[in-house]
Write a protein that binds this ligand. Sequence first.
Ligand code: GLN
Length: 197
Amino acid sequence: MRVGILSLQGDFLNHFSILERLDVEPVLVKTPADLRVDGLILPGGESTAISMLLQSSGLFDPIRGLIRDGMPVFGTCAGMILLARSVIDGREDQVGFDAIDIAVRRNGFGRQVASFETDLDVAGFEDGPVKAVFIRAPVVEKVAEEVEVLASVDYQFPDSSGRSVPVICRQEKVLVSSFHPELVGEDRIHRLFLRLI
Ligand code: GLN
């Protein structure tokens, strides 16, 4: 199985290391010619920068086509933003794939200093919680009925409103997390993704 990692900007090499440990062939995707893959990971990084590079590299249209044709995709943090149906507080010219019916707010947990780490219970994971690292992460503000929420965090916002925020979501072949399993060597969410392929 060949699994692509969008490698234009961000922490794509961390995903590479995780996939190397699993029984698949990781492929760094930098140009349309690299897209002979069975699934694609969109890494964390900066969604506005990745958006610009997607267009200048000619990757945007072919990836959008492949997702429409059912290619499984997994986005972490900036990757979640790129896969969301709508983006609040994005750049006006930011493009995305509209692949999962959620609305996300960029940097919704606050600035870099508000980055945090927590232990997360994930639906179906019986061997303990996942260590989740949130770095200028998007907040999922709205989730359509067709979207399955696999994990949430109870979060106290600075205006002291607290609520449960979905942090792993799935709709058919599209999986997203607002944190970075790839940064802490956590491979269970990647394994979940491989089962979608
Ligand atoms: N804030 C970044 C963005 O808007 C995402 C941060 C991340 O991927 N850690 O794209």
